[in-house]
Ligand binder design. Sequence first.
Ligand code: UT7
Length: 320
Amino acid sequence: MRTRIIGTGSCLPETVVTNDDLSKIMDTSDEWISSRTGIRERRLVKDETTASMSIEAARRALEDAKVSAQDIDLIIVGTITGDYVTPSTACEVQAAIGADKAVAFDVNAACSGFMFALHTADAYFKAGIYKTALVLGAETLSKIMDWNDRSTCVLFGDGAGAAVLRAEETGILAYDQGSDGAKGMVLACKNRLNNNPLVQNPKDLQYTYMDGQEVYKFAVTTVPASINKVLNEAGLSVEDIDYFALHQANIRIIQSVAKRLKVSEDKFPISLDHCGNISAGSVPILLDEINKKGMLKPGMKIVLSGFGAGLTWGSAVIEW
Ligand code: UT7
C-alpha cells in the first residue's frame, strides 16, 4: 500500500501586489527584490481568509480527484496562520465542504507544513486507519508580517493548496523529515500576548522575525541532503526524477540545490515569481500549477521538499 496523490487544487487571493507597488509604500525596489529572490509579485488577501482559500482549494482538489467530500476520512491542514486559534482551519474546511465523516486537525510546521501533513496522512494509511484524505497547506502570511520591515514583508504571499490522497498500489516511494528546534529563533513569530493579571505584558511585536542568511545556509545544506536521502531509500538517482517541486522561498536557494544535486534547473518548476513565499502553501500550490498545466503523467517520479521555520524540513519522492 502506498499513498497516492489523486487530485490537486489551489486558491490565491484576487489582489496582485507587484514589487513596484511595494516600492511605493516602502524603501525597496523591483531590482532589489527580483535580483535577490526571483519574486516579482505576490497575492495578498483583502476579503479572503485562510479558511476561505482552503475551502476553495479543497473543492477544486476534490473535483480534480472526482472524489466526494463524503468519502474523505481525514483532513489535515499545514498552517501557522489559521483564522482562529481554535477551531482549526481543517475543522472549518470539514464543515464547509460537508466532509461529515472526516477527522480534522491542523499541523504547525511552517514551510514544511504540507510535507508534514502528507507524511502524517501516509502514516495513518499505512496503519490501516484511513484510506482517503485531504491535505492542505494554507497561509495568510500578510497578517504576521511587520509591514515596516522591508527585509521580511516583501518575501511572502498568501494562498492555499490542496491534494486528495488515496491508499493505492503506488504513490509515495520514500519520505524524510526532520526538525532542529535549537535553531528555532532564526525564523520566529510570537503568539498572542498574555493578558492575565500576573503577567507584565511584554511589548514584543507579534510579527515575523527572520535571520535571512542563517535560513539560507540551513536550506542550501539540509534540502539536498534530505533529497539524497529519499532518493537512496527509494533506490533512485537524480536522473530518474522528472521534477523537483521545492518550497518556493528564493530562486537562489533553488538554484543552489539544483547545483548541489547536479541537476538542470529546468527540472525545478517555479511559482515564487508570481506567488512569493507562501510557507506551507508553496508546495501544494506549485504541484497544482504543474498538474493543471498537464506536466504530470502517470509513472513520473517527482520529488517534493519543504523547509523552513522550526526549523523543519520534509522531502518525499512520489510516483505520479
Ligand atoms: O521559507 C523559508 C523562509 N526564508 C528564506 O528562505 C530566506 C532565506 N534568505 C534569503 O533569501 C536572503 O537572506 C534574503 C533575500 C532574505 C536577504 O538577502 P541578503 O542577500 O541576505 O540581504 P541582506 O539581509 O544581507 O541585506 C542586504 C542589504 C541590507 O542593506 P545594507 O545593510 O547592506 O545597507 C538591507 O538593509 O539589503 C537591504 N535590504 C533591502 N533593500 C531593499 C533588505 N531588505 C531590502 C528590501 N529592499 N526589501
